[in-house]
Ligand binder design. Structure first.
Ligand code: OGA
Ligand code: MN
Length: 177
């Protein structure tokens, strides 16, 4: 399967623990809004290699769920903090730095991720990424479709408003072969 969303992949307790580890590092940075040509607006980010034991357990579960056994992973985990007004424009992750699979845990807010086939924009799908869900983009979904996170004003799923608050994603990627 090329796209997978697992609701409630982490517990409220695990979400708290991830936030407790992430907030001090994130708070030192400012949200960036300025670069009009960037894919991501209203964000701050960091990479994290060392985690406490509870978070290490969560990340091990992500890896076991999302990646083929033995697939070499990008060491540091990417942490992306979107402001309430922040959003991610359609893009495909660099094939130079990232392999076949992208797996993200969503903290603090529900959101809508849109996938659009690059060669035929009529072929698209919206994913409801609820708070504490895990999403996985593999192969075709990762390489042939752009992904984006809708801004609050455009954040609807099946006609229902999905309010976008501040949202943090914790993203694991594998290495290109
Ligand atoms: C990215 C990206 C998605 C997310 O950082 O390239 O697409 O869930 N992030 O934050
Ligand atoms: Mn991306």
């Amino acid at each position: 399967m090329h796209v997978e969303v697992r609701q409630d992949f982490i517990t409220e307790e695990e979400e708290k623990e991830l936030l407790r580890e992430l907030e001090p590092g994130l708070k030192k940075r400012r949200y960036e809004f300025n670069h009009w040509d960037d894919a991501i607006h209203g964000f701050r980010e960091t990479e994290k290699l060392q985690w406490g034991s509870e978070c290490t357990g969560v990340l091990a579960r992500v890896r076991a769920t999302a990646f083929p056994e033995g697939s070499p992973l990008l060491g540091p985990v990417h942490v992306l903090d979107l402001d309430k007004t922040g959003f991610i424009k359609p893009h495909v992750d660099s094939v130079k730095f990232c392999g076949s699979t992208i797996a993200g845990i969503c903290l603090l807010s529900d959101s809508v991720m849109r996938l659009v086939r690059e060669e035929n924009s009529a072929d698209w799908v919206d994913l409801l990424l609820s708070r504490r869900s895990l999403y996985i983009l593999r192969d075709e979904a990762r390489f042939k479709f752009t992904h984006e996170i809708l801004k609050d004003e455009e954040s609807y799923f099946s006609g229902q408003k999905v309010p976008r608050h501040r949202r943090i994603s914790v993203i694991c990627r594998n290495l290109p072969v």
